[in-house]
Design a protein around this ligand. Structure first.
Ligand code: GDP
Ligand code: GDP
Length: 454
C-alpha cells in the first residue's frame, strides 16, 4: 500500500447509477366527487392537492412526488371521468384516459356510500382496454359497516376492493402496500454508505499532455497508487489525491508507461478513450491551448457526451498562451465549442502546475449536476408555464402540447415529456436551453425524450 493515508481508501468503488430508474406513475381516476383529490393528499402525505367541495369541480392533471417505504413514485390526480361527456367534461375524461395510458398503476376510486354506478361500470371497460394493473378503492368507508359494504364491489371484476377513508386515513397504509406491489420492480437502491473514489477519465488526443498531467498530479499530491493489493481498484487505474480526496483515474496504464508507439496510435487512442469514458463518471478532456481545436478533439468530446458522462474541458499548456493566442483561442472556443456551452472549462498547465488545483472543484461541480434531481412538481410547474408562454409551432394544423413531464433518472439527468404529438428537435433544444437556465446542470449532458400519446 503506497498511500500514507489509509482512511482515504475505504469503501467500494463508487456506484454511478444510484436510483436511475424512472419513478413509476400512479394515476388516480374515478367519477367526480368520489374523493380522488382527498386520496391524493393521503398518498403524498401532505396537504398539497386542492380539494373543492363542489361536485364535478374539475382540474387539470397534476403530478405529485410521493414516497412509501423508501420507494419513490409519481401520483397523477385526474379530473372526474365520465363516459359520453361533452365539451369541457369531455376534455377532462380525455385527460383521465391519457393519465391511464401513461400510468404504471391505476387507482380506481369508487364511492362506497353510493356503490357501483353505470358510470363506474363504463370506467371499468375503459380500464380493461388499457390493460394496466388496477387497484379498486372503496372510498368513504368511514366506519366498519361501510367497510363491510365494500365487499359488494367484488362484483366489478377488478379483484379485491380496498376499503379506505381518504378523509380520515383509515386503510390507506394497506392501499399503499398494494400500490407498491403492483408497480414494476424497483431499480436497485444504492445505500448511502461509504462510496469509493470518484472515477475520472483523463482523455484527449495524443500529445495534449495527459501523461504530464497525471504525473504532475501524482507528484504534487504524493499519493499515486499504481495497484493496491487488497482493494478492488483495477490495476490499470491510478489513484490520485486531489483537494484532500482520492480520485480514481481509470484506464491510465498506457499513460503511466513511458513507452509510446507511433503506429496506429489514433485508432488505439480512440479505443482507449471509449473504454475509459465508459468506465468513468466524469471525463476531463484535455485540449492543447497552443493548437487549434481539431476534429480529433471534437471526436473525444463527442464520445463523452454520447456516453452521458459529466464533462470538464481542461485547456492545457496554458503557459504557452500569450495575448495573441488568447485572442484566437477565444474565437475558436466560440466557434468550435458552441454546442457545449454547458461544459465546465479550466485553463491549466501540466508543466508548471498552474491552476491544477482548480480541477477537483470543477469535477465536483460537474458531478453534482450529473446527479441533480428536480422534483416532479417543480418541473411541471415550470414547464407548463414555459410551454404556455412559448407553445410548440403548429404542425399539420395542430400544435402538439405537453401533458406532463418527469425526470426519469440521474447520471446523467434524463427527462421524459408526455405529449399529444411529436415535438420538433428545435423545440426540444429550446426546452433544454431553458431547463439549463432554470436548473443549472453545468458540466453535465442532459437527455430529453418525448413520448407522444398513442
Ligand atoms: P374528487 O372530485 O373525486 O377529487 O373528490 P374530492 O376529493 O374533491 O372529494 C369530494 C368530497 O368527498 C369532499 O367533500 C370530500 O371531503 C369528501 N370525501 C373525500 N373522501 C372522503 C371519505 O373518505 N369520507 C367522507 N365521508 N368524505 C370524503
Ligand atoms: P499525452 O500524449 O497526452 O500523454 O501527452 P504528454 O504528456 O506526453 O505531453 C506531450 C508533450 O507536451 C510533452 O513534450 C510534454 O512535455 C508537453 N506538455 C505537456 N503539458 C504541457 C504544458 O502544460 N505546457 C507545456 N509547455 N508543455 C506541455
Amino acid at each position: 500500500l503506497l498511500t500514507d493515508d489509509p482512511d482515504l481508501l475505504t469503501g467500494e468503488p463508487g456506484g454511478a447509477t444510484a436510483d436511475t430508474g424512472p419513478a413509476p406513475v400512479v394515476a388516480v381516476v374515478g367519477r367526480p366527487n368520489v374523493g380522488k383529490s382527498t386520496l391524493v393528499n393521503r398518498l403524498i402525505g401532505r396537504r398539497q392537492a386542492v380539494v373543492e367541495d363542489v361536485p364535478g369541480v374539475t382540474r387539470d392533471r397534476v403530478p405529485y412526488d410521493a414516497n412509501w417505504n423508501g420507494r419513490r413514485f409519481t401520483v397523477v390526480d385526474t379530473g372526474g371521468w365520465e363516459p359520453d361527456a361533452k365539451d369541457r367534461a369531455r376534455a377532462i375524461a380525455d385527460q383521465a384516459e391519457i393519465a391511464v395510458q401513461t400510468a404504471d398503476v391505476v387507482v380506481f376510486v369508487v364511492d362506497v356510500t353510493v356503490g357501483a354506478t353505470d358510470v363506474d361500470e363504463a370506467a371499468v371497460k375503459m380500464l380493461r382496454r388499457s390493460a394496466k394493473p388496477v387497484i379498486l378503492v372503496a372510498n368513504k368507508a368511514d366506519n366498519q359497516t361501510l367497510e363491510i359494504e365494500a365487499t359488494s364491489l367484488w362484483s366489478m371484476g377488478l379483484g379485491e376492493p380496498y376499503p379506505i377513508s381518504a378523509l380520515h386515513g383509515r386503510g390507506s397504509g394497506d392501499l399503499l402496500d398494494a400500490v407498491l406491489d403492483a408497480m414494476p420492480p424497483a431499480p436497485p437502491i444504492i445505500d448511502g454508505g461509504p462510496r469509493g473514489p470518484r472515477r475520472v477519465a483523463l482523455v484527449g488526443r495524443p500529445n495534449v499532455g495527459k501523461s504530464s498531467l497525471l504525473n504532475k498530479l501524482s507528484k504534487e499530491e504524493r499519493a499515486v497508487v499504481d495497484s493496491v493489493a487488497g482493494t478492488t481498484v483495477d490495476p490499470v487505474d491510478s489513484l490520485v489525491e486531489m483537494g484532500g480526496e482520492v480520485w480514481q483515474f481509470v484506464d491510465t496504464a498506457g499513460l503511466r508507461k513511458r513507452v509510446k508507439t507511433a503506429s496506429g496510435t489514433e485508432y488505439y487512442a480512440s479505443l482507449r478513450t471509449a473504454g475509459a469514458v465508459e468506465a468513468a463518471e466524469v471525463a476531463v478532456v484535455l485540449l492543447d491551448s497552443a493548437e487549434p481545436i481539431s476534429e480529433q478533439d471534437q471526436r473525444v468530446l463527442t464520445s463523452v457526451v454520447e456516453a452521458g458522462r459529466a464533462l470538464v474541458i481542461a485547456f492545457n499548456k496554458w503557459d504557452l498562451v500569450d495575448a495573441d493566442r488568447r485572442y484566437y483561442l477565444d474565437k475558436e472556443i466560440d466557434r468550435e465549442l458552441r454546442r457545449l456551452p454547458w461544459a465546465i472549462r479550466v485553463n491549466i498547465s501540466a508543466k508548471t502546475g498552474r491552476a491544477v488545483d482548480k480541477l477537483a472543484p470543477a469535477l465536483h461541480r460537474a458531478l453534482d449536476s450529473w446527479e441533480q434531481r428536480v422534483s416532479t412538481g417543480a418541473l411541471n410547474q415550470w414547464l407548463t408555464a414555459l410551454t404556455q408562454a412559448t407553445p410548440h409551432p403548429v404542425r399539420g394544423g395542430r400544435a402538439p402540447r405537453l401533458l406532463f413531464a418527469t425526470q426519469a433518472g440521474v447520471a446523467p439527468p434524463r427527462f421524459v415529456l408526455f405529449t399529444t404529438g411529436p415535438f420538433d428537435a428545435g423545440y426540444i433544444r429550446f426546452i433544454e436551453r431553458k431547463l439549463r437556465e432554470e436548473f443549472g446542470y453545468e458540466g453535465s449532458p442532459i437527455d430529453i425524450s418525448v413520448r407522444p400519446r398513442k
